[in-house]
Design a protein around this ligand. Structure first.
Ligand code: CTP
Length: 422
């Protein structure tokens, strides 16, 4: 990992993005079919992806699929195109190796440094970040041999994700599923931009994240709400889980798949979000309030659909909601770290940052992530830029980039802030 040199430049809106060389290793599990979707996402993101399947993977998905989607020839063994020395070239040139799915057998061979096919040779020659995404039956994942192999790979600097929990190949359910391809692609993109973005520094910590936007009913079919998509909160959850945290995600009206290894609590209104966050915060080390929480609610929502009366619209009277972050600050347990988000637009009374600094002081949290919104920025977009303000006066600027990149910087700030408190 230390020898990896990032060849990328900061991504600004409208800038042409450098192509990255990615090796996608696929080993022989049923989840190999999902790797075709992952490949497609990586290629569509503009990366030059070479697929290196194992012989067993080719029993699940044929070479023609990998070749067609990657636009590269595909081989599982070292003897094809030997004049090109692919078993050395592929690893050396790669900026990232992703192995998805990584079976128990592949993890064992990688942990022991075997080199009996093109993928294991590539793993030995790669000096870039390596992301293993295991998928197998629960028994295989929990077997002492696999546990030790995973520990060995992690100790050597590889990133080995925990499998997701859910339906497995047969009628059984348990830990062992491949996370969603979109989530793997998000983490791959993050590692290409920041090879050091996924340390295991949140291991043993419980983090609570609120995401999305609350809705306050006017009647059974209408509500007052906002356009928060939940993408930033979900990216925070994905990155926290990959950094080893136990994650509770309180999701207000978010239409995104559940991130792997997170407990998702769905809420609609601010009152529901408030209950869910306070409950989860009881034993939390960190609470991040990324949700756009409605400050007001209609005082008395109608029990039936409001009809046009012919006399013009009836005024809506509003009541103020609780400030959940302020309540968390008031009730915080010792050592608990509280992070707020502020989506701001500048106005006559101050700039985006000036409003942010005032809000950090007013709210009393440890960190405030300030981003500029309006004119299509932040809400609903895949990319974001922000400044992370610390209560000690620190200021961390995060350049425009994927929301996972901002998420990684938030967790970095959490790590240094909690270290300072200890
Ligand atoms: N927040 C909260 N409860 C609320 C409103 C906001 O917990 N009722 C949290 C948000 O999740 C966010 C932070 O407080 O982390 C700042 O939200 P924002 O809406 O910017 O703060 P407000 O205090 O409502 O400030 P403003 O007057 O600018 O709307």
């Amino acid at each position: 990992m230390g020898e990896f040199i990032a060849s990328r430049v900061a991504f600004q809106p409208g800038e042409v993005f450098a192509l990255s060389r990615v090796v996608l290793g696929v080993s022989g599990g049923i989840a190999a079919y999902k790797a075709a979707d992952l490949l497609r996402k990586l290629v569509e993101a503009g990366h030059d992806v070479t697929v290196v399947p194992t012989a067993a993977a080719l029993k699940f998905v044929g070479a023609a699929t990998w070749a067609a989607l990657s636009h590269h020839p595909v081989s599982a063994q070292v003897w094809d195109a030997a004049e090109d020395v692919p078993h050395v070239r592929l690893g050396r040139e790669a900026e990232l190796v992703v192995v998805a799915p990584a079976t128990a057998d592949l993890l064992a061979r990688a942990a022991h440094g075997l080199a009996d096919d093109l993928l294991t040779n590539t793993l030995l020659t790669a000096r870039c970040p390596v992301l293993f995404v295991p998928a197998m039956h629960t028994e295989m994942w929990e077997h002492a041999a696999t546990v030790e192999n995973v520990a060995t790979l992690r100790r050597r600097g590889s990133i080995v994700l925990e499998p997701a929990t859910g339906r497995l190949t047969g009628a059984d359910t348990g830990k062992g599923r491949l996370p969603e391809p979109a989530e793997i692609a998000q983490l791959a993109e993050l590692l290409l931009r920041r090879p050091d973005a996924l340390p295991a520094d949140l291991t043993g910590q419980h983090v609570v994240i609120s995401a999305g936007g609350t809705r306050e009913p006017l009647d059974p079919v209408r509500f007052l709400g906002n356009s928060s998509s939940g993408k930033q909160g979900y990216a925070l959850a994905t990155v926290a889980a990959a950094r080893g945290a136990r994650v509770t995600l309180v999701a207000a009206n978010v239409e995104l798949p559940d991130p792997a290894n997170t407990e998702v609590v769905r809420v609609v209104t601010t009152a529901e979000l408030r209950d869910a966050v306070h409950k989860a915060a009881q034993d939390a080390d960190v609470v991040v309030m990324a949700a756009a929480v409605a400050d007001f609610r209609p005082t008395t929502p109608a029990g039936h659909k409001i009809k046009k009366s012919g006399a013009g619209p009836a005024p809506i009277t509003l009541a103020e909601n609780a400030d959940v972050l302020a309540e968390l600050v008031a009730a915080r347990r010792p050592g608990q770290l509280l992070v707020g988000f502020a989506a701001e637009t500048g106005d006559a009374s101050g700039s985006v940052l000036e409003h942010g600094r005032a809000k950090l002081a007013r709210k009393g949290c440890d960190l405030l992530v300030v981003n500029a919104v309006g004119e299509g920025r932040a809400f609903g977009q895949a990319d974001n830029a922000a400044v992370i303000l610390g209560c000690d006066g620190t200021e961390r600027t995060v350049e425009f980039g994927p929301k996972a990149l901002l998420a990684a910087s938030v967790w970095d700030a959490v790590a240094t802030t909690s270290h300072r408190q200890k």
